[in-house]
Design a protein around this ligand. Structure first.
Ligand code: FES
Ligand code: FES
Length: 163
């Protein structure tokens, strides 16, 4: 049995005919060849598969494709605009926030979503909100640096506007 799902991915409308048990992760990787989203554990424990649904982060391995019908999905491929990296992608490069890179798309998608979440100012606050994203290479300190760099730039921009 297949069902048809309409959804928007990185701004483009898609209709996917799929088994109702298909996960969003498998649809992205196997049907749409959007392989930037990684499959790590496939059971909701590593964060490698993190994408945004309506601007909020979700684990795509635990999300049924059918449950995001008519929703807006964003993957790492849709983060930059017109060939320009998102500031969080740039900060990960500048802060050396990755080694093998396998966890990186999920880390970055979580980090971008975190910018719109209630998060305290300290490194510990960031670590707490990023705790669902595992890095087997141990790049955690540099990942926190990258996120704090982007958050700091946003605060500076706001205070300049206010001043
Ligand atoms: S692949 Fe989804 S949380 Fe690990
Ligand atoms: S950079 Fe290798 S798993 Fe995180």
């Amino acid at each position: 049995m297949t069902i048809e799902i309409q959804l928007t991915i990185n701004g483009a409308a898609h209709t996917i005919a799929a088994d109702p048990r298909t996960t969003l992760l498998d649809a992205l990787r196997e049907r749409l060849r959007l392989t930037g989203t990684k499959k790590g554990c496939d059971v909701g424990q590593c964060g490698a598969c993190t994408v945004h649904v309506n601007g909020r982060r979700v684990l795509s391995c635990l999300t049924l494709l059918a449950s995001v019908r008519e929703q807006e999905v964003r993957t790492i491929e849709g983060l930059g605009k017109n060939g320009t990296l998102h500031p969080m992608q740039q900060a990960f490069i500048e802060c050396d926030g990755f080694q093998c890179g396998y966890c990186t798309p999920g880390q970055i998608m979580s980090a971008v979503a975190l910018l719109d979440e209630p998060c305290g100012p300290s490194d510990d606050d960031v670590r707490e909100l990023m705790s669902g994203n595992v890095c087997r290479c141990g790049a955690y300190p540099n990942i926190v640096d990258a996120i704090q760099q982007v958050r700091g730039a946003a605060v500076d921009a706001n205070s300049n506007r206010a001043g």
